[in-house]
Design a protein around this ligand. Sequence first.
Ligand code: ZN
Length: 285
Amino acid sequence: MYAQFGPAGNPDAFYQAGYKASVDMPQWLAGLGLTAYEYQCSRGVTIRPETAAAIGRQAAEHNIKLSIHAPYYINLATEDAKIAANTKKHLLKSLEAAQWMGADRVVFHPGGPGRQERRRAMEQAKRLFAEVLAEAERQGLNTVLLAPETMGKQNQLGTLDEVLELCRMAKWVAPAVDFGHMHAVTGGQYTTREEFAAVFDKVATELGEEVAANLHIHFSRIEFTKAGEKKHWTFDDPFGPSYEPLLEVIAERRYTPRLICESAGTQARDAKIMQEFYFRCLNNW
Ligand SMILES: [Zn+2]
């Protein structure tokens, strides 16, 4: 069993090669030797069941592990009843689409505190999240992992501690650790093996070694300001964090996470760069 690597969404090279539909992505990724694909529902879950099932069949045939990124409009901490109702709907629809597709996890952004004090916003978020979990369980949607993501801006919920707090609410909630975001929001941390190792150790302590060893990871180089994340770049650009120490830790520990690359346009090529480095590390250990 190896770590899996793949892109978030469809890279420029896919379209430049003349493809248009996501149903062709699994075969295209397999051609590159990649093994994961995160399907983007960022602007809403509009995919039809037949399309989702077709992507799922292609992914199964080409050994590509699937995840879904839920809509950006989700805000668990909202005090607005309409946004709360929509947040529930977006999460439940994302889980349903994941079942159609055979995706094993749904990644989502927890939301923003708005004008609320941060701790109070977390309590609000947990109340709404408990409702989402109960309803999903009632509908039998809890066969898919729900994965709250660590976020890149100061005014977003989603520090590692906040994400782990949400993960403790149900067995089928697991963290999505975005190291680019964590690099941005901490003003440039997560560049050394010790810093990356500490994240895995913390997840292992809080949620168990199994979860730590099979973490869902987002990785990209990110430009940041004092407020946090500004822009996603590519591996050709001079921004952090660097992937080498992260992959050294993963290889050394024989972990098997799923790494989704979110570079701007070159996400498949950069996922491949990470995968090749990972296999070089494994061979050297
Ligand atoms: Zn995200």
